[in-house]
Structure formats: structure tokens, C-alpha cells
Design a protein around this ligand. Structure first.
Ligand code: ATP
Ligand code: MG
Length: 219
């Protein structure tokens, strides 16, 4: 049995067409059922639904053989827990957005990130944010949040946020501006290395089919 870890929402919705192109249909709708384990047309493949930030943990520790996870979550996980235990991530080109710094329109970001200055940043991505500002030689006070980061600069909790941006409409609706782009983000296929050895005959063709499916989608 092969187990694929997905998170509900964007990752699930964008992975489904890739699976379909690889000849795999998930036979139950996660929004309609409360099940956490979904069958597929293939008797030897099932999908487990986990929180987006739990996907690397499931795959690293063998709770799932492979999984789909945003680069944001993957990098944050690897910085905190080490990159070991996950095999060569494949860029699936789905769930695209970017990691950016945003601040209030009246905040002087260039002055705040001059070498040797200090900035208060609220984010869910503390490891990535710490690395980003360290690379710039800026002292950063990090405030860990779990959601609605846009609120932090508006309430005086922080000067800026590090968050994902796709259209920018959420920032705009809250009078924030993107002041710096950190990196492009898309979803990755991650694989448990032990599973790749022990279940290679079943897993390898599936990974290859998914790689082909996203190459086709990119054309
Ligand atoms: P939870 O909602 O359970 O706290 P989450 O916010 O990480 O977890 P999603 O909002 O479904 O879960 O995001 C999952 C992944 O989709 C993210 O890790 C990221 O890679 C990608 N993503 C998030 N926001 C966007 C966006 N605005 N545009 C495109 N992709 C995004
Ligand atoms: Mg979310």
C-alpha cells in the first residue's frame, strides 16, 4: 500500500488534476466527507489528509510514503527539523505564489533595513524570516503568528510581516504594500527515502508519472 499525504484546499485542488493526468482518480470528495483517509481507483494507493504544515512530518517519519507541500512549509520545516529524511523534492509547479515582506504604506522600509538597524516582523515563517533579515545584516525581532498576519502592522504589533502573496488583493484591502519579494513559491512532491527503497517498484513509476503530468501541464 502506498500513502500520499495532501492538505485540504489549494494543495488538494491543484494536485487532483496532476493525479488525474497520471491516471489516478481520488474516489471521494474531502469537502463532502469527514474521512481523513481517501481511497483512489488504485487499490494500492490511498490519500491521507493532514494539515499543510504536517505534511513534511508525515513523510519524514513514514506516516506517508510521499506528499505534496508548499516550498514555504517545506523550507520552514527543514530549517527547524533538518532537511534529512526527505528525498529530492520535485517542483510540481502548482499552488504558485511568492514569499514577501509587506508593511504599512506609511512605513519607511528602506530606512528600517539599512545595515545595523532594527525591525519588528510578525510571521508564521520565523525561520525563513530570520534567515532573510540575517542575510541583509538587519537585526530583527520576530513575532510568531499562526494566522491573519496582515493585522500585525495595523495594530502596532509589528513594523512588517513576512507572508505569502499571490494577487496582492488581501494586502491592498488592508492598506499594506509589498515592500520586498523574498522568493517564488510552488508546491513540491516530497518522498520518504526508505519508502523509495522498499517500495521502489510501485513508487518510482508513480513519481515519474507525476513528473510527466506537471511537465505536460507546464507546456
Ligand atoms: P492552514 O490553513 O491549515 O493553517 P495553510 O494556510 O498552510 O494551513 P493553505 O492556505 O491551504 O494552508 O496553503 C497551503 C499552501 O498553499 C501553502 O503552504 C502555500 O504553499 C500555498 N499557498 C498559500 N497561500 C497561497 C496563495 N495566496 N496563492 C497560492 N498559493 C498559496
Ligand atoms: Mg491558510
Amino acid at each position: 500500500m502506498l500513502t500520499l499525504a495532501l492538505s485540504k484546499g489549494r494543495i488538494f485542488d491543484d494536485t487532483l488534476p496532476l493525479l488525474q493526468r497520471a491516471g489516478i482518480a481520488v474516489t471521494e470528495d474531502p469537502e463532502a466527507s469527514r474521512k481523513l483517509i481517501l481511497p483512489t481507483h488504485r487499490p494500492d494507493l490511498r490519500v491521507v489528509l493532514v494539515r499543510a504544515s504536517d505534511v513534511p512530518t508525515y513523510v519524514q517519519h513514514g506516516g506517508a510514503d510521499f506528499g505534496v507541500v508548499g516550498l514555504d512549509v517545506l523550507l520552514e520545516h527543514s530549517a527547524a527539523w533538518g532537511g534529512g529524511g526527505l528525498y529530492r523534492p520535485l517542483d510540481l509547479g502548482i499552488a504558485r505564489c511568492r514569499m514577501s515582506v509587506a508593511a504599512r504604506t506609511d512605513f519607511d522600509y528602506p530606512a528600517a533595513v539599512r545595515q545595523g538597524s532594527r525591525i519588528r516582523v510578525a510571521t508564521k515563517y520565523v525561520q525563513l524570516a530570520r534567515q532573510h533579515f540575517a542575510d541583509k545584516g538587519v537585526h530583527v525581532d520576530l513575532i510568531k503568528l499562526y494566522g491573519s498576519m496582515e493585522l500585525a502592522p495595523l495594530t502596532g504589533l509589528a513594523d512588517a510581516i513576512v507572508d505569502l502573496v499571490s494577487t496582492g488583493s488581501t494586502l491592498k484591502a488592508n492598506d499594506l504594500v509589498e515592500v520586498e519579494q523574498i522568493m517564488p513559491i510552488s508546491a513540491r512532491l516530497i518522498v520518504n527515502p526508505a519508502a523509495l527503497k522498499l517500495k521502489r517498484d510501485a513508487l518510482r513509476p508513480l513519481i515519474d508519472a507525476l513528473a510527466a503530468a506537471c511537465a505536460e501541464a507546464a507546456r
